[in-house]
Design a protein around this ligand. Structure first.
Ligand SMILES: NS(=O)(=O)c1ccc2c(c1)[C@H]1CCC[C@H]1[C@@H](c1ccccc1Cl)N2
Ligand SMILES: [Zn+2]
Length: 258
């Protein structure tokens, strides 16, 4: 991707429209969600996640975020229900977190931002044959957005581990990770038609933003590392040790049953 876009003064969101004119479109994300202005749609049912046959493949650092890619060659890991007319296949998930540590989420709720935001990207494999085709269609993608609340040091350290130890552009296998262990069971959500939040900014996303943030506790991060210990351990032996150290020094936040 080179330096096509970034978050600096010269290449940040305010100039993305120069290379990506759709930035001035009429369904651009992220947005500020104003709860009391959201209208209730009684026809919307619950969102259902079938991630049981976990199909994670690898973890990579694409220069903008840490991404975990999934095998999307069949319907083993799908999201359905809510505003979706059919199941959408899980393709990857990634995080957004701020350099400032506490204001990294992209969506905001009544002007408030969270420490970070997890995006689980799915595509409509019923109507489209490839992800690339779906990524440019108005109902091609469904992204589940989950706000993360964490308290400084511990989880930032883990992100640091993922982001900086995974040298830019490298990837490591990351099998056997089921993202469901990061998610709440009851999904109260807002939904709206929007776009990718970074270039190419395609207006192809049905956004499903979960109302309640998850407090990333040591338990979650352990589950993040635990179920893929061998994968993480293989990332870089030395950093495996770092991660283990981080886990043992974790902060004790509200343990959250899921
Ligand atoms: N913050 S987000 O979830 O709204 C978001 C924003 C931009 C992009 C993505 C996710 C992902 C989704 C998979 C491919 C990738 C990407 C892309 C890269 C190369 C070509 C096409 C695409 Cl779509 N760009
Ligand atoms: Zn994202």
């Amino acid at each position: 991707t080179g330096n096509l876009w970034g978050y600096g003064k010269e290449d940040g969101p305010s100039v993305w429209h120069k290379n990506y004119p759709v930035a001035q479109g009429d369904r651009q994300s992220p947005i500020d969600i104003v709860p009391h202005q959201a209208s209730h749609d009684p026809s919307l049912g619950p969102v259902v996640l079938n991630y049981d046959q976990c199909t994670s493949i690898k973890i990579a650092n694409n220069g903008h975020s840490v991404v975990v890619e999934f095998d999307d060659s069949d319907d083993r890991s799908v999201i359905r229900g809510g505003p979706l007319d059919n199941p959408y296949r899980l393709k990857q998930f990634h995080f957004h977190w701020g350099v400032k540590g506490c204001h990294g989420s992209e969506h905001t709720v009544a002007g408030n931002s969270y420490a970070s935001e997890l995006h689980l990207v799915h595509w409509n494999a019923v109507k489209y044959t490839t992800f690339g085709e779906a990524a440019t269609a108005p109902d091609g993608l469904a992204v589940l957005g989950i706000f993360l609340q964490h308290h400084g040091r511990f989880v930032k350290a883990v992100f640091f581990f993922f982001f900086f130890f995974l040298l830019q552009g490298s990837a490591a296998d990351f099998k056997g990770f089921n993202p469901k262990c990061l998610l709440p069971s009851s999904l109260h959500y807002w939904t709206y038609l929007g776009s990718l939040t970074t270039p190419p900014l395609h207006e192809s996303v049905i956004w499903i933003v979960v109302k309640d943030p998850i407090t990333v506790s040591e338990k979650q991060v352990t589950c993040l590392a635990g179920s893929s210990e061998p994968a993480l351990g293989r990332l870089l032996p030395a950093s495996g040790l770092y991660l283990h150290t981080f886990l043992t020094q974790g902060l004790y936040t509200r343990n959250w049953e899921f």
